[in-house]
Design a protein. Structure first.
Length: 84
C-alpha cells in the first residue's frame, strides 16, 4: 500500500551527476557538432534577464536553448589541447 514507485517526477534531478549525461542523436542543426553527449547546465538568473533572453530569442526565430548554445559556443570556442 505504501510502496514507492520508481517513476521520476517531471523536472526532477537524477540521483547522481553521471546519470545527467546521456547519449543523444546528432542534432540536425549542427549545434552539437562533434559531440555525442550532452550535459545539463543549471544557472540562476533574474526574472528580468530571463525575459530579455526569451524576447531576443523570439525575435531571432529560435528557441532560448538555441540562443544560449550559440552564445556559449561563440564565447568559448574549441581550442587546441581541449580534447584528451
Amino acid at each position: 500500500m505504501t510502496e514507492r514507485t520508481d517513476k521520476r517526477r517531471f523536472a526532477s534531478r537524477p540521483g547522481s551527476p553521471e546519470s545527467w549525461i546521456r547519449a543523444t542523436e546528432p542534432q540536425p542543426t549542427g549545434m552539437a557538432v562533434g559531440n555525442e553527449f550532452t550535459a545539463r547546465l543549471t544557472i540562476d538568473i533574474t526574472p528580468e534577464l530571463r525575459g530579455r533572453i526569451k524576447v531576443a530569442a523570439f525575435r531571432r526565430g529560435i528557441t532560448v536553448t538555441e540562443a544560449l548554445r550559440e552564445l556559449l559556443a561563440r564565447e568559448f570556442p574549441p581550442t587546441a589541447g581541449d580534447q584528451p
